[in-house]
Design a binder for this molecule. Sequence first.
Ligand code: MG
Length: 407
Amino acid sequence: MQFADIAAHELSSPIEPPQEREFYGGTRRLLKRDVVLVAVETADGEVGYAPGGASSSAMREYFSDATHSGFVDLLEEEIAPAFAGRDLDDAADVHAIVAELDLPDLLESQAASVLDVAYHDIFGKHHGAPIYELLGDGADVARRLPLYASAGMYMPPEGYAEQAAAIRERGFAGYKYRPGLGPEEDLRTIELVREAVGEEMAVMVDAHTWWKLGERSYGFDRVCDLVEAFAEFDPYWVEEPVSPADYDAYADLSSRTSVPLAGGESEESPEGLIELAETGGVDYLQGDVRHHAGYTGCWRAVEHCRGRDVTFVPHNFGTHLGLVANAHLAAAAPGTELLEYPVFGTDSAAMYPFPLAADILTTELDISDGHLTLPDGPGLGVDVNLDAIGEYPYVEGPWTEFVYEES
Ligand SMILES: [Mg+2]
């Protein structure tokens, strides 16, 4: 196989009107969501797609404007020429060619991710096999995956509880929310959420918000006390409770609490995922095919979890193209039983409106009763809506802003 052309499209889905969410010591503005759609065409005319977009930290490290435009230019102007005329025998060749460019690690895994996913889409289409089948290597794969709903962010405690109840009504296996209202209100929130959903439903707390509170970020001791206080309300996990690079803090916290911890989405590479798992500080490891070197990279983390006391549960946030890409991994990965499903829209179950999330596909995904049934077509098994490129033009500027109160 040869990659004859790599095209990257930068799209924006405005949040209209912009939203303002209060947190402990500030306000977060939500303006839009940006998406990069990557299309790779082979010399034989087969086209594979991938959900793209470097993580925000990768962009800060590499591009002065810290927007997706830099990532799009990198793909089209540096990476596409590096692939021109090169024969690809397998996915490892994709990674070897990206590695030759000597990009910073973080950006290398972002770039390798989109090319690896597109490679698998093309390979599956060429062989008439869905990606989950290629990854599962003959094992029985259940196409119907339970989803946990990912929504709440900086709301009053009662707002989270109301949202949790709406999500329960829709049949989801779990509810994940992002607190950040100060320790007392965060504790009151989990109490109200547990009350709203009953004893059975999984409640996940995504606590990356705690170390993003600027000057009011919770220190380690406060985090320990708070996580331990959450135990009474039986959280399924607490995610990224400490700064992601602080492996010692992960290990220390996990030795002090019975509450399961999750992390991994902020790791720079598959190696980082494995290192985090090796600290023993996480019970759930959250790799993402969009950020951790695609299927090839994430599969290494999946293999690492096998037979160990850590469960791989994909991180997933963005469009339905990203959802379906991670769903193939989740379906094929032994021991993985849950997938993150961000809920977008305007009703009480939703985080915020993001119409492009579904509009990026012409295929309507089969999502019902809290489950996604993966399409069984070849490759990713979905059709991309190329009209979205014209319908969601890129909007300049950051997608979100944190405004911290003066102290
Ligand atoms: Mg998270």
